[in-house]
Design a protein around this ligand. Structure first.
Ligand code: SAM
Length: 290
């Protein structure tokens, strides 16, 4: 079987099966061998790895993964792609094709069953319309995932690794950086896909942290504070907290919590680091227990 990662072989496979792209599934297939090789290299896939691929499409990246990994499971929602995958992957005895919706799969049970609960690697050219639920669902669930090397919209990759004070910095940056160390490994232009997406893309690698980088007593409280601070971006942190009834804090308590960070009272949430949000959340928790 010839590699699919070029325009000619991709068109041939699509024609053979009379395949029509489904826009609603975010189908943009990779047709650039250099990018595919770069993804596999960056993912550091080894022969003893179990890799989960989300959305294999016609199996373009799956072929590369099967050659580098021990075992590969590929979860694809579009039934029409299953016969194509069975054909394009027929030479690999380490590939398993699963027809289903990744958001409905019990990943915890899946990792226990397929890899005895040992950490897996995720490698995927993600369907962009569900990037955040997929990534956050996996990070928050605590499923043993060593790393995720994923193609996402360029702007989303920028938000995931943004630092305090920048335009892209927000709740997604803080959530991703709490659970993982993000690093953009490649920028990918639209002409590397068929059909071409309307947006630029980037490959980002998220390596899961062994332990949280900050000391926080109540994660849920911290993330609700973070959301409240970024909900009203142009307002001060104090107003963001005050307008969110969920914390039931007095004006004085809000002021005291902010000043305890050693920052001005009128600071905006978008300049606070993860450490500062953790500290703020621990302080607010003290008030709620008084
Ligand atoms: N991996 C292929 C490639 O790189 O050429 C295809 C990537 S394409 C951007 C995204 C793939 O995810 C499509 O094949 C699409 O059908 C599939 N997909 C979309 N939503 C999905 C879901 N909820 N669960 C599993 N697969 C999904």
């Amino acid at each position: 079987m010839a590699y699919l990662g070029n325009p000619g072989n991709t068109i041939e496979a699509l024609r053979k099966y009379n395949f029509n792209f489904q826009k609603r599934f975010g189908q943009n297939f990779l047709i650039d061998a250099n990018i595919l090789e770069k993804i596999i290299r960056s993912a550091e896939v080894r022969k003893d790895d179990f890799v989960l691929e989300i959305g294999p499409g016609i199996g373009t990246m799956t072929q590369y993964l099967c050659e580098s990994a021990g075992r590969v499971a590929a979860v694809e929602i579009d039934r029409n792609l299953i016969p194509i995958l069975e054909d394009t992957l027929k030479e690999y005895d380490n590939a398993e094709i699963i027809c289903g919706d990744i958001l409905k799969l019990d990943l915890d049970a899946f990792v226990r069953e397929k890899n005895e609960g040992k950490p897996i690697k995720i490698v995927a050219n993600l369907p962009y319309y569900i990037t955040t639920p997929i990534v956050m669902g996996i990070l928050e669930s605590g499923i043993p995932v060593e790393s995720m090397t994923i193609m996402v919209q360029k702007e989303v990759a920028g938000r995931m690794q943004a630092r305090p004070g920048s335009k892209e910095y927000g709740a997604l940056s803080l959530a991703v950086q709490y659970y993982a160390e993000p690093k953009v490994v490649a920028n990918v232009p639209p002409n590397c896909f068929m059909p071409r997406p309307n947006v630029g893309s980037a490959v980002i690698r998220l390596v899961r942290r062994q332990a949280p980088p900050v000391n926080v007593e109540d994660e849920r409280l911290m993330f609700s504070i973070i959301r409240a601070s970024f909900n009203q971006r142009r307002k001060t942190l104090a107003n963001g907290l005050k307008n969110n009834g969920g914390f039931s804090l007095s004006r004085e308590q809000i002021k005291e919590s902010i000043l305890a960070l050693g920052v001005p009272e009128n600071i905006r949430g978008e300049t606070l680091s993860l450490e500062q949000f953790a500290e703020l959340s621990n302080k607010i928790k003290c008030f709620s227990e008084e």
